[in-house]
Write a protein that binds this ligand. Structure first.
Ligand code: FMN
Length: 250
């Protein structure tokens, strides 16, 4: 199989260079570059052509500072030259139904469609920005306190904030975080048996331990981080919040 690194000018090589960037220089990002990237990102496939997403750009200043605080004090949210709140969006679908005097029924599927569309768009956007040499960092931390974010940004009904995207010129190379092997996430005809899943974890723990050790953190592995993350229900208020914005997660 051809390694992405052997295709230096290709999309595969660009994808292989991805790292989340959390420290940015002060250099501004040209508007035209962002406009081209957003337009390119919109070419992502979209379920049934619904284009169920909306992004809100929030400039530096008190509102951005507050988002950084709500996200758990993430300094890259404050310092990034550009910051977007990426939302799933069914507003246009509701308006289309209204235009025709017909009902618009929200359900788990409509929420998923908007979430999937928004995610595909955002990843295309991140890649387009990275193609220009910019760095990006997704910010799931915006879901820490959605009612507060809602008030801060006056989020309309039918718009579902999912994550942020901080963008700017990288201050330094944060280094590459390794991934599972392709054969760990890709099997043919049958899914891996439990023993194979356990073997994957053991092998990846060794990879992660080396990664952490190179960064001065001893005795850390991947599975330890995973069980700690999922030992209690995460952000339990999400269903109530999204339903308050018109989603129906039944
Ligand atoms: C939906 C999503 C939300 C994320 N939220 C955060 C976040 O709030 N803060 C952060 O520093 N990184 C966040 N990340 C970045 C991940 O931590 C990062 O992608 C992962 O550790 C792998 O590292 P890499 O992107 O450098 O390869 C998020 C990534 C995704 C996809």
């Amino acid at each position: 199989m051809t390694s992405p690194d052997s295709l230096p000018n290709s999309v595969l090589a660009l994808m292989g260079r991805h790292r989340s960037v959390r420290a940015f220089t002060d250099e501004p990002v040209e508007r035209s570059l962002v406009e081209r990237s957003v337009a390119a990102a919109q070419q992502a496939a979209t379920s049934s052509w619904i284009q169920g997403y909306q992004i809100l750009e929030v400039g530096r200043g008190p509102r951005r500072d507050e988002i950084a605080r709500l996200a758990g004090g993430q300094s890259q949210v404050q310092s990034a030259p550009l910051f977007f709140v990426v939302c799933g969006d069914t507003r246009r679908h509701r308006a289309a139904a209204k235009l025709h005097g017909e009902p618009h029924v929200e359900c788990t599927e409509t929420f998923l469609l908007a979430t999937i569309d928004a995610s595909l768009f955002a990843q295309n956007l991140s890649l387009a920005l990275e193609a220009h040499g910019l760095g990006t960092c997704y910010i799931g931390g915006i879901r820490n306190d959605l009612p507060a974010l809602d008030e801060l940004l006056a989020i309309p009904s039918g718009t579902f904030p999912l994550f942020g995207l901080a963008v700017g010129w990288p201050d330094a190379d944060p280094g590459k975080r390794p991934r599972l092997s392709p054969s760990d996430v890709w099997t043919r005809e049958i899914f891996p048996i439990d023993a194979e899943v356990e073997d994957t974890i053991q092998r990846f723990d060794e990879v992660a331990t080396r990664y952490y050790a190179e960064r001065g953190a001893d005795k850390r592995d991947w599975s330890g981080g995973i069980w700690r993350k999922f030992k209690t229900a995460l952000r339990p208020g999400l269903k109530a919040y999204y339903e308050s914005k018109g989603a129906s997660l039944t």
